[in-house]
Design a protein around this ligand. Sequence first.
Ligand code: SF4
Ligand code: SF4
Length: 498
Amino acid sequence: MNIYPEFEVLRNDSRCIRCRVCERQCANEVHWFDADGKLMLSDESKCVNCQRCVTLCPTRALKIVKSDCRLRENANYTDQTIKEIYRQAETGGVLLSSMGNPNPLPVYWDKILINASQVTNPPIDPLREPMETRVFLGKKPEHIRRNADGSLDTKLAPQLTLSMPVMFSAMSYGSISYNAHASLARAATALGIYYNTGEGGLHEDFYQYGKNTIVQVASGRFGVHKDYLEAGAAIEIKMGQGAKPGIGGHLPGTKAVGDVSKTRMIPEGSDAISPAPHHDIYSIEDLRQLVYSLKEATEYRLPVIVKVAAVHNIAAIASGIARSGADIIAIDGFRGGTGAAPTRIRDNVGIPIELALAAVDKRLRDEGIRNNVSIVCGGSIRSAADVVKAIALGADACYIATAACLAMGCHLCRSCHTGKCNWGIATQRPDLVKRLNPDIGSERLINLMNAWRHEIKELMGGMGINSIEALRGNRLMLRGVGLTEKELEILGISHAGE
Ligand code: SF4
Ligand code: SF4
């Protein structure tokens, strides 16, 4: 069925110098040169609005706009819904998407406001006074004993040390490119934080960044072997992902090429499908066995993270995980990004990270086991303010992925699953991969994190708080606006004005 395209390419012919940059830069083959008419033409039906051509056009001759040509929609059947039904009627297939849930569901971060000190409890100037942004992730002892000389007598469980409470979340080599991985690995190392391999194994070139690497073990066990486990600073068991709770991962065979297939230890061109469950985990006891198998395999040197999607009853699930021997729980909210997910799952399954985080922190405190685990939250952490709010709601640190991709040049065109990322991030095509220079990618990630670190200090200073430790779970620093009694109760915060 011929449907009017979602985007229109507006080319100002009086500015266009026929340089054909747009034609060369577009992996979707939107632009071409008509030699007879000596004109640049476009097939708008292929355009995903990645903005590559707009950015690189030397004369600013191009503009991509959202089409205002709509189907006969109504409040029940929107333009989008009708088009999706047409597509499925044509293909008989599951709709695939990428990146996070785009629907206008509440973003609680934007309905939470942060306190600032006035008069009796003075603010702290982060430029002139010390401000501690370091955090340590892992089990904490109830009490610390010291020897007579002041040295620590208590044996601490293994910890991750972060210079600031933000890490790069799991993105597998395969879903993202070699150069994107190199950018993340180098930036994490320079910043004193961590990046995460995702479920694709670890390319041999990146073993050198092991001290700043979290290696993931997912249900498909792709690329998992002893050297891999020992290479990282922590091991993450992926039970679930916010963008697609309840289902496994899927890397299309077109992306499982060359080093990607070698690193995953799968045949070239074969689809890498990780099953929805770990076939050896059907209870907390089973999870405990895997946690301890991984600890045993690495001689109890590394903390083990268990990552779950934010779903109904997340507090009870987290309580079980905290008793499984895991050192860190990572909770991923329903807005979290992904390289590929069924659209219906992405848009309808899971719950907001803000509610999940608050519920988990409260439950673990109520049960007296909060110190058994650290909590890392992710799933659309967009700014330093989101980080500060997350920590005040109970997180020890945050994971970011979409924001990291944006820093590397992503334009959120939501086409990662096609493998034709024009910005060299979510692709394995060599001609596209080389568009992302890891020197520039890592520098931009470092800049973003340094900017956030400064903003976190300013926000903390404004509250009269000088360490992340003092902010963690400090919900008195938060107020809600426009929230129901129930939402405020779950978040554990008062309404603005109270
Ligand atoms: S990049 Fe700009 S100037 Fe060059 S051909 Fe395309 S529209 Fe014309
Ligand atoms: S990573 Fe690439 S394909 Fe994915 S949303 Fe960003 S620009 Fe688009």
